[in-house]
Design a protein around this ligand. Structure first.
Ligand SMILES: Cc1ncc(COP(=O)(O)O)c(C=O)c1O
Length: 396
């Protein structure tokens, strides 16, 4: 059996190889390597796709978040509410501008910020809420927007994993004051290198980000702020323009795969497939299920986890299942094994184990299955068969 990888970028490349190669050669011949029509053209297309008036590209999703925070004048003394169950860059950028990330626990069902808990975390120092549409699953932006409005807070959407996702028919990245996207190659809309973008309906914010991304210059060699150098290059922009045309189709394929996983895994003991929300259209950046610990129906008898799962995350049912799948050439992933409040760099926040129980439980139970638009049904069947085999072999 050949290995089933978590994702396979080469399959997608084959489907657009001719188009991409022509575009790349065109840029190489044009000499417009930084900036130029390919970049401004892509920015216009991406803004139109997301449904905002502006899109300002930059070098990464991390830079998009950083630039957005800077453009909103968030810095030392300010607090930004966000989730501890996300990729590190979300909170890292808050810290990078000198502000404090204030973590709020997640909702068990969606893995996203628990909106019931957000208001209690707001203080006089709170400047913004930074929701993350984790795994491509949209946050309830109507509810979150209402909370932000009541307290006069900015909303910075971390949409790095959610290009194309919608809440009530409106794209994520167009709800907040700013939306931040990553074009890291593995993302739903991925470049062939690093890339990112900020979307907004506020021309002044877009202008400020444009200034900050090029050394704080509006006029060449006149520096009005300490900025950064963070640009999307012409080659990446040309590639992204091609890929953007296919994004809806690819996201549709992801949705079909997710729906099939859901059907096939519905009855497997110990496995809790993700539940899509009715008002949200997820784009399934990851297909992330929960593996219930011993005491539920899946029994990792070879390495019983029992109550010490908390203390030893490397010996729980989820890790055991991951190993079983790997032995069958099915490669699964854990996003994310260590919540942000338990990372060494956030020790000074004084938030120990037990601070965010829903997040901590998710970190022990989540497992992401192979997910990419070109995943074949036969491969999917093999993934499911490997899970079923592990589960059934161990039923009490
Ligand atoms: C939720 C989230 N935010 C931010 C980022 C940062 O994006 P990049 O890797 O392009 O800097 C990522 C990338 O993995 C992400 O998943």
């Amino acid at each position: 059996m050949t290995k089933i990888p978590p994702l396979d970028l080469t399959q997608q490349y084959k489907t657009i190889q001719g188009e991409v190669e022509a575009a790349v050669l065109n840029i190489l011949a044009s000499g417009a390597y930084i900036g130029g029509d390919a970049v401004t053209g892509f920015e216009r297309q991406f803004a139109d796709y997301i449904g905002t008036s502006e899109a300002v590209s930059c070098n990464s999703g991390t830079d998009a978040l950083y630039l957005a925070l800077r453009a909103l004048d968030i810095g030392p003394g300010d607090e930004v509410i966000t989730t501890p169950f996300t990729f590190f860059a979300t909170a890292e950028t808050i810290s990078a501008v000198g502000a404090k990330p204030v973590f709020v626990d997640i909702e068990a069902k969606s893995f996203n910020l628990d909106l019931d808990l957000v208001e209690a975390a707001i203080t006089s120092r709170t400047k913004a809420i930074m929701p993350v549409h984790l795994f491509g699953n949209p946050v309830d932006m109507v509810r979150l927007g209402a909370i932000a409005q009541r307290h006069n807070l900015f909303v910075i959407e971390d949409a790095a994993q959610a290009a194309g996702a919608e809440w009530q028919g409106q794209k994520v990245g167009s709800w907040g004051h700013v939306g931040c996207f990553s074009f890291f190659p593995t993302k739903n809309l991925g470049a062939c290198g690093d890339g990112g973008c900020v979307t907004t309906n506020d021309a002044a914010i877009a202008e400020k980000i444009t200034m900050l991304r090029q050394h704080g210059m509006r006029q060449r060699y006149y520096h009005e702020a300490f900025g950064v150098t963070s640009r999307l290059d012409g080659l990446q922009a040309a590639i992204l323009s091609i890929k953007l045309k296919h994004l809806d189709q690819w996201n549709e394929q992801r949705r079909a795969i997710a729906s099939r996983y859901g059907q096939l895994l519905a009855e497997v003991p110990g496995i809790l497939p993700p539940q899509p929300t009715a008002d949200g259209m997820a784009v399934w950046h990851q297909y992330t299920l929960r593996v219930q610990p011993c005491g539920a129906s899946l029994r990792c008898q070879e390495q019983p986890c029992g109550d010490d799962a908390k203390a030893n995350v490397s010996a729980n049912c989820r890790d055991w299942l991951k190993e079983k799948l790997a032995a069958q050439d099915v490669i699964s992933m854990i996003y994310y094994p260590v919540p942000l409040h338990l990372q060494v760099v956030y020790q000074d926040l004084g938030l120990g184990e037990g601070s965010f129980p829903v997040t901590e439980q998710a970190a022990r139970e989540v497992l992401s299955l192979p997910m990419f638009p070109e995943l074949l049904s036969e491969q999917q069947d093999e993934v499911v068969a490997a899970i079923q085999q592990a589960a059934s072999a161990l039923m009490a």
